[in-house]
Design a protein around this ligand. Structure first.
Ligand SMILES: CC(C)(COP(=O)(O)OP(=O)(O)OC[C@H]1O[C@@H](n2cnc3c(N)ncnc32)[C@H](O)[C@@H]1OP(=O)(O)O)[C@@H](O)C(=O)NCCC(=O)NCCS
Length: 136
């Protein structure tokens, strides 16, 4: 299992996998965005989109193919994201996660994120936690 930077040829596979996050997922990256992918041989089985905007870093999307979950791959790719962000000037990393998404909350806690605040009705009528990892 290999983690690497995304390339343009990954976009179709990313958008297909992103369909598990929301309907008609469309990878959209700007000058601040980065994307790492996880691949099993030639099959793309996970990706993370994150932004590094000057001193701010934010994880935007994380997904592992359902067939590959609970094997440590989510943790593996998030650790690579943290390693990459640590090379920047960012003091912390933040993200929002649905309060009901126990597996994602556990993953983030396992790599050191802490719940910082509750965002009421962040996803329409569903609440989210703001989670933060201090880097320095
Ligand atoms: C959240 C998500 C990325 C986690 O990915 P994952 O690859 O399953 O994550 P990991 O395998 O690293 O960890 C998940 C659990 O499996 C456990 N695990 C890891 N390796 C394992 C193994 N070999 N055997 C059994 N369990 C294992 C971990 O301990 C962890 O358990 P915990 O939840 O009790 O702490 C994945 O569930 C997903 O894609 N969900 C849908 C999209 C989503 O919700 N994204 C987050 C939006 S903010």
């Amino acid at each position: 299992m290999n983690v690497r930077k995304y390339s343009k040829k990954d976009v179709e596979a990313i958008n297909n996998l992103g369909g598990f996050l929301h309907e008609k997922y469309n990878l959209s990256l700007n000058e601040f965005s980065r994307c790492l992918v996880l691949e099993d041989g030639v099959k793309l089985v996970g990706f993370v989109v994150y932004d590094i905007i000057y001193e701010r870093a934010e994880i935007i999307d994380v997904i592992i193919d359902p067939l590959y979950r609970k094997k440590g791959y989510g943790t593996k790719i998030i650790k690579e994201v943290i390693k990459d962000i640590k090379k920047s000037l960012c003091k912390n990393i933040t993200l929002e996660v649905n309060c009901k998404n126990k597996s994602a909350i556990n993953l983030y806690k396992n790599v050191g994120f802490k719940i910082e605040a509750l965002r009421k009705c962040y996803y329409n009528d569903e609440d989210a936690y703001l989670m933060k990892l201090d880097l320095r």
